[in-house]
Design a protein around this ligand. Structure first.
Ligand code: ADP
Length: 251
């Protein structure tokens, strides 16, 4: 009985490590096309939550659905990626010795990488998508730059671009602006907001200024604490919530 607009549905999820409940009866609903920021102090369970969504960690109890029909708990990591969930880890993992263009080309080949090595070319439609992604990530002028020569921010954007080549329906992004300059942060906020609508985007982030700029006035922010949702709502409500203030002051 899932709302049609819900793309990611987690209900009653719990997981323990050696008797310690890292996730404790977590409920999370992400709408199709939504950009959601998830914040929470260290140890709140943010990484574990992402691991559950991507199939890296199996919960002890609960339900996890993607769209109306895809039961995430029945699937392994590759199958979940294939179903349209892309994850960007904090550290960029681009191929430094390849160019920007080649990185995107490889990302598109996906598990057909072997074909690519054997000389298969991307077709016209794929080339259009690659150009679109280059534009989106702000690297249109630098397709032949070696990825190793890019700035930290540009590497992060390239990696987001690599995920986009697979046309995911849901993108999970882990602390994208760690180590970025202010200018790069602004550009990243623009990039992530421009993805919303076409994709659902879940951003786990520590930097409150960045969360504020991403969430704006209207988007929902979720605060995790001790493995469950402590508060949820607009940034303005959430940051004035007494429980949230206490948790952050205690950090
Ligand atoms: P966050 O990403 O919000 O900092 P985590 O999801 O990394 O939080 O961790 C939540 C809690 O679960 C922490 O107390 C952490 O120590 C614990 N934890 C996470 N993964 C494991 C694991 N594989 N084994 C034991 N404890 C873990």
């Amino acid at each position: 009985n899932v709302d049609k607009n819900v793309l990611l549905y987690l209900e009653g999820i719990s997981v323990s490590f050696d008797g310690f409940k890292a996730i404790n009866d977590l409920n999370l609903y992400i709408n199709d096309g939504e950009l959601r920021c998830i914040i929470g102090p260290n140890g709140a369970g943010k990484t574990t939550m992402m691991d559950i969504i991507t199939g890296k960690t199996r919960p002890d109890t609960g339900a996890a659905w993607f769209g109306q029909t895809i039961n995430l708990l029945d699937m392994d990591e590759p199958a979940i990626a294939q179903a349209g969930i892309g994850r960007k880890f904090q550290k960029p993992t681009v191929f430094e010795f390849l160019t920007v263009f080649e990185n995107l080309e490889l990302a598109m080949a996906g598990d057909r990488a072997v074909l690519k090595i054997l000389g298969a070319r991307i077709n016209g439609e794929q080339r259009d998508r690659l150009d679109e992604v280059l534009e989106l990530i702000g690297l249109k002028e630098l397709p032949h730059m070696r990825a190793g020569s890019l700035s930290h921010g540009q590497k992060q954007w390239l990696e987001i671009g690599m995920l986009l080549m697979q046309q995911p329906r849901l993108l999970l992004v882990d602390e994208p602006v760690a180590g970025m300059t202010h200018q790069e942060m602004d550009r990243t906020a623009e990039l992530l907001t421009s993805l919303a609508g076409k994709h659902s985007v879940v951003v786990v982030e520590h930097d409150m200024d960045f969360v504020r700029s991403l969430a704006g006035k209207d988007r929902t922010v979720t605060v995790l604490h001790q493995g469950s949702v402590l508060a949820e709502g607009r940034m303005e409500q959430v940051q004035n919530n007494r429980k949230v203030v206490e948790v952050y002051l205690g950090e």
